[in-house]
Design a binder for this molecule. Structure first.
Ligand SMILES: NC(=O)c1ccc[n+]([C@@H]2O[C@H](COP(=O)([O-])OP(=O)(O)OC[C@H]3O[C@@H](n4cnc5c(N)ncnc54)[C@H](OP(=O)(O)O)[C@@H]3O)[C@@H](O)[C@H]2O)c1
Length: 290
């Protein structure tokens, strides 16, 4: 037993492996944690950071950036609270330039679809001179089972800004698989992948499908954007983040993103997981752990 543990440690400590450590921001978040898990499973060293990690990393405190970046040659970047918030371009641009100077030159960025501020952030990211890839993603399934709406749904309701259009929600596990594939294959340098799930679903449909699969009512409520800000604040979000998020949702849920894209299939050679399959799998996992 001891010898097999020792050999595992030796494999993970090869100097060449350490030279290729991947930084993951939002390391405990919905996609960051999954990317870290997959890279670890493949034997690639990762440094998953957030405001509560060691080293500490905060997008809004540039004195924390160098400690996170030092020794990393590649990075998976998720910007919090949302890349669609005005000013994300200034921070992401400065961070990406610092990364390149410190030798972290292979950068994969998670972005959002149809958001003006996200487009500006992508431009600043590209201008930094890294070997870049952009993953422009639809809303995740996991918003309904983890943060942002998981707790409200567990309590029996789903509240959103007024919208009747469909969104091609996508699985964060598929995004993580795409992120790892792009990090490991230089063929993706300089490319933008638009990532969606396989079908359009409205928020009302989400509440309905979850009610059916979970066997309990989930009441759907839609609010004017100002009232939605108030609902987010009363759910515990800081006022500034609530305003930013609510207006991003209001902006992108006007039909501009209501189409399915081929990015998951282009990178992975298969369709993304469907929401119904995701719900069934999640329920089965919960039952297994109960
Ligand atoms: N969610 C979606 O449906 C979706 C869709 C498309 C694009 N995106 C984009 O993906 C990015 C991530 O969004 P997400 O919803 O998936 O969030 P998330 O990655 O789940 O966010 C949580 C993570 O971010 C960390 N974090 C929070 N504030 C931070 C800060 N100021 N500095 C450093 N780390 C911080 C948290 O850890 P600590 O609390 O320990 O700091 C945690 O690790 C955003 O840019 C968003 O625009 C999201």
């Amino acid at each position: 037993m001891l010898s097999s543990v020792t050999s595992i440690l030796i494999i993970h400590c090869e100097p060449q492996s350490w030279a290729m450590t991947t930084l993951i921001t939002g390391g405990t978040g919905k996609t960051g944690s999954r990317v870290a898990h997959r890279l670890n499973a493949l034997g690639h060293p990762v440094r998953a950071v957030s405001r509560h990690s060691e080293p500490r990393f905060d997008w809004y405190d540039d004195s924390t950036w160098e400690g996170a970046l030092r020794g990393c040659t590649s990075a998976y970047l998720t910007f919090q609270p949302d890349i669609g918030i005005p000013g994300s371009d200034v921070i992401l641009g400065a961070f990406s330039r610092r990364a390149v100077v410190l030798g972290c030159t292979r950068l994969v960025l998670l972005s959002g679809r149809g958001e003006d501020a996200a487009r500006r952030a992508e431009a600043a990211f590209i201008a930094a001179g890294a070997e870049w890839t952009i993953l422009r993603s639809a809303f995740f399934f996991q918003n309904f089972t983890e943060a942002l709406w998981g707790a409200e749904i567990a309590a029996g309701s789903l509240t959103m800004v007024q919208s009747t259009v469909g969104e091609p929600f996508v699985d964060a596990d598929d995004i993580a698989e795409v992120a790892v594939a792009t990090l490991l294959d230089p063929a993706h340098i300089g490319r933008v992948h638009e990532l969606t799930g396989p079908r359009l679903i409205t928020f009302r449909d989400i509440a309905h499908e979850m009610s059916t699969v979970y066997g309990r009512p989930i009441v759907y409520r839609q609010l004017p954007v100002e009232d939605y800000v108030a609902a987010l604040v009363s759910a515990g979000l800081p006022q500034e983040d609530a305003v930013g998020l609510a207006y991003v949702f209001d902006e992108v849920l006007d039909g501009r993103n209501a189409h399915v894209e081929s990015g998951v299939n282009d990178v992975l050679g298969r369709e993304g997981r469907d929401f119904a399959t995701f719900l069934g799998d999640t329920l089965a996992q919960t039952a297994h752990h109960a």
